[in-house]
Each structure stands twice: as structure tokens, then as C-alpha cells.
Design a protein around this ligand. Structure first.
Ligand SMILES: [Zn+2]
Length: 252
């Protein structure tokens, strides 16, 4: 077996076929269905099996991601006892911001370092290394008073269709691989699974401003992420484009 360098711990190891999106996410999105809808950049959504994999990590690091982030991240949205449903939002009763943040960040990071064509638009450049350090150290703290979430913010939405053209089961059966929107200085990435849309925002102008500002994200701000706003598919141009295709297809 060939020894290569693990992208997380940098040690020489036999690398695993690492999932870019955790396999537990695929399993839950499929929920017994043989296939799932997949939205990808610049192509129409397709109904098929995809599970992008690539040799990236050693066995120990796979295990590290699973135990520290993935088990928490996938269970969070699947446990009905932990979810309070309100009209305009849902709320997680128990919420661990750091696990939640690093779980989603690890998906974005894997997509960024991946050489697979489907993720060719997800390139974080010089930030890859910062993400790697934070994920490995299980810590958001950078230097001084800076935290990773001061310049990469993550926001989660629960996608709904108020017009009921798409039922909730179908929305949950949609998988959106990480995709990129926006220009270089203020870029958004989206990822969607199980009815939850996750938005990553990397604002480079904002990083410049942070130098001159002493105000930072507080733990109160962070804890507010336990509230997940419901977003109708018509509220976002990005969702409209993708969902319209799906609605047309369902009608035919
Ligand atoms: Zn490793």
C-alpha cells in the first residue's frame, strides 16, 4: 500500500477514501430511497446516487472527525426531542456551537482541498491551512482576540415551500453539494441536506475591518445559532432556480 500525506495531520499514512460529505449525511438524506436529488453547480439537479470520495485523510483523522464532529452534526437535526418547532423558526434545545460550527466547516474544508471536479469552484486558498489547524485542534481561537468565526460565519436555515408544491419529504430528500456564490471579496458557499440549508460567508473586506475594531463575536451571538429561521424557497434566487427545475420535473 502506498504511503501518502494526510491532509489533516500531515503525517505519512495509508490514506482512506474520504467522503467529502459524511456518508451518514447521504444515508439520512436517502432515508430508504434508492437515490436522491442532487443539486450541483451549473447543471440541472439530477436524481441519482453520488457520494464523492477521494484519498485525503488517514484512518485516525477519519475517526477524529467522526467522533468529534460528525456524530454530533448528523444527530442534531435528526432528533425530534431536541427540536422545538415554531411558526417562523425551529430551535435546538441542546446546542453545542463549537461542534456545530466545526462539523460544517470540516465539510467546506474537505470540498476546498478536494481535487474532484464537482468541487472545483470551492477553493479557499490561503484559508485552507487555517481551517485545517482549527479542525485539528478542535478550537476556533486564532491569534490574539481573533476567532475563526469572526470572518467565516455559518448560518443555518430550514427550507420550506409555503405554496406546498414540494412536500417536506421531498425537500428532505434533496442533497446540495457545497457550491459557491458571489465575488472574491464577499463569497457565499451553500450546502444542503435533510431540509437544512447551510450558508458559509467569507468576507475578506470584513477581515480588514477587524483589525480596527475591538468588538468581536460574543458567546451570546454564537448561541443564537440554535435558532434556525425557516426560509421559503421563493426567498432566495438561488433556491428558486434549483427548485423550479424540480417542480417542473415533478409535474411531468
Ligand atoms: Zn491524519
Amino acid at each position: 500500500m502506498k504511503m501518502e500525506r494526510c491532509c489533516l495531520c500531515n503525517k505519512e499514512a495509508i490514506l482512506q477514501q474520504s467522503h467529502i460529505v459524511p456518508s451518514s449525511v447521504f444515508k439520512s438524506v436517502k432515508a430508504g430511497e434508492p437515490q436522491l436529488y442532487v443539486f450541483e453547480e451549473n447543471t440541472n439537479p439530477v436524481y441519482r446516487n453520488v457520494d464523492p470520495k477521494e484519498k485525503l485523510l488517514c484512518r485516525d483523522c477519519e475517526q477524529f472527525l467522526s467522533v468529534n464532529y460528525e456524530q454530533y452534526g448528523t444527530a442534531l437535526t435528526k432528533n425530534p426531542k431536541n427540536v422545538v418547532k415554531c411558526k417562523e423558526h425551529i430551535e435546538f434545545r441542546k446546542f453545542d456551537y463549537k461542534k456545530w460550527y466545526l462539523y460544517h466547516l470540516s465539510i467546506l474544508w474537505r470540498a476546498s482541498i478536494s481535487s474532484l471536479k464537482v468541487f472545483s469552484n470551492i477553493k479557499l486558498g490561503e484559508f485552507d491551512q487555517i481551517l485545517q489547524q482549527c479542525i485539528r485542534a478542535n478550537c476556533l481561537h486564532l491569534c490574539g482576540s481573533l476567532s475563526l468565526d469572526d470572518f467565516i460565519t455559518i448560518t443555518m436555515f430550514r427550507v420550506i415551500d409555503k405554496s406546498s408544491r414540494i412536500d417536506d419529504h421531498a425537500i428532505k430528500n434533496i442533497m446540495l453539494n457545497p457550491v459557491r456564490h458571489g465575488d472574491n471579496d464577499d463569497v457565499l458557499f451553500f450546502f444542503m441536506a435533510n431540509g437544512f440549508l447551510v450558508q458559509f460567508r467569507l468576507n475578506k473586506n470584513h477581515i480588514e475591518q477587524l483589525r480596527y475594531k475591538s468588538e468581536r463575536r460574543t458567546d451570546l451571538d454564537r448561541n443564537m445559532q440554535r435558532l434556525v429561521r425557516k426560509v421559503d424557497i421563493t426567498e432566495s434566487a438561488f433556491l428558486v432556480d434549483n427548485f423550479n427545475w424540480l417542480i417542473e420535473k415533478m409535474k411531468s
